[in-house]
Design a protein around this ligand. Structure first.
Ligand SMILES: Cc1cc2nc3c(=O)[nH]c(=O)nc-3n(C[C@H](O)[C@H](O)[C@H](O)COP(=O)(O)OP(=O)(O)OC[C@H]3O[C@@H](n4cnc5c(N)ncnc54)[C@H](O)[C@@H]3O)c2cc1C
Length: 285
């Protein structure tokens, strides 16, 4: 086994040290829980010269809530997110996505940053992060910057994170009316997962974000579904519209027209789970 592992494995005790190490060498990779990266190294898909283990950096831990936003340290595990009252209260979609991570061990060891950086289309938190309009806080030798969810996912397994940057936090604005639902295959991973977040002014939907994973190599928003929701009153009519296929029909056609990598069966799942995520968001608060 050892010949597949990189020559150097070092622990960084501070973010500054980790930044220094990753920015010194393009072939250095950060490792947190190791649940996504280490199998790739073992299989020779990733061949870094050096791994920088950030799992002992205390400043990357913790969840706090201030000024209408939940700030989650990069090393926070899915289990911690799924079981933290503040997250359930302010951003239920994120708690539900974390709780959806299929295996107990992966929930215990896998981190939010590792999940979002690896950006696998089968993963759950990315769709919730996108629907919740979250942002990643990253540090490099040039300082700190934030990257919004709409800019974060660039391609299959690709994000806007630079090679010399370390994720320090993931920040999500309050969205009490939000939800995440998914269907799983035998492996435990999602076939399709959908997240919805509604901002309500009075009893009308002021803005809506709906995102789906599993139909493209990275999560996407469903703008036509969002448009259908905005301006509508939260009443029985909207509940029944959300409960009917009508709400997502237009968007499914758009997906097909845009050549999205998805078959009809998968799109049917999008329709079903999209509807459920919207219903969950409507019922929130
Ligand atoms: C058996 C199994 C089942 C799973 N089931 C699910 C599931 O159902 N749903 C789901 O969503 N996920 C699932 N996962 C994936 C799991 O959620 C991820 O493996 C985990 O969250 C990745 O986090 P990590 O800390 O282990 O990342 P690592 O493997 O340590 O790193 C992953 C990537 O992120 C980078 N990285 C990590 N931390 C930082 C940082 N702070 N700054 C910059 N870059 C960083 C690494 O360099 C690497 O590129 C499963 C995994 C396993 C092994």
């Amino acid at each position: 086994m050892s010949e597949q592992l990189p020559a150097a494995y070092v622990h960084a005790d501070t973010v500054d040290k980790a930044v220094e190490l990753v920015s010194a060498d393009a072939e250095t990779r950060v490792v947190a829980g190791g649940y996504s990266l280490l199998p790739q190294v073992k299989d020779g898909i990733e061949t870094p010269d050096r791994l920088v283990d950030v799992s002992r950096i205390d400043e990357l831990r913790g969840i706090s809530h201030e000024a209408g936003e939940t700030c989650i340290g990069a090393l926070t595990t899915h289990h911690q997110i799924a079981t933290f009252d503040l997250v359930h209260e302010h951003v239920p979609a994120l708690a539900e996505a974390a709780d959806s991570v299929g295996d107990y061990q992966a929930r215990q060891q896998g981190t939010i940053a590792g999940n979002l950086v690896f950006a696998d289309p089968k993963y759950d938190p990315p769709a919730a992060f996108l629907a919740l309009d979250g942002r990643v806080v990253a540090r490099s030798p040039d300082g700190e910057r934030t990257i919004g969810a709409d800019e974060w996912f660039c391609g299959p397994g690709e994000t806007a994170l630079g090679p010399d940057e370390i994720v320090t936090d993931v920040v999500v604005p309050d969205a009490k009316r939000s939800g995440y639902v998914r269907t799983s295959e035998y492996s435990g991973y999602a076939i399709v997962g959908t997240a919805a977040a509604l901002d309500v002014d009075g009893d009308a939907v002021a803005s809506a974000r709906v995102a789906v994973n599993g139909v493209k190599p990275f999560p996407i928003r469903l703008p036509n579904v969002e448009d259908e929701l905005v301006g509508k009153h939260i009443d029985d009519e909207l509940r029944s519209r959300a409960a009917s296929a009508e709400l997502s029909d237009i968007n499914l056609e758009t997906l097909l027209m845009n050549g999205v990598v998805a078959d009809h069966q998968r799109l049917q799942l999008v329709r079903t789970y999209c509807r459920q995520a919207i219903e969950r968001a409507i019922e929130g608060d």
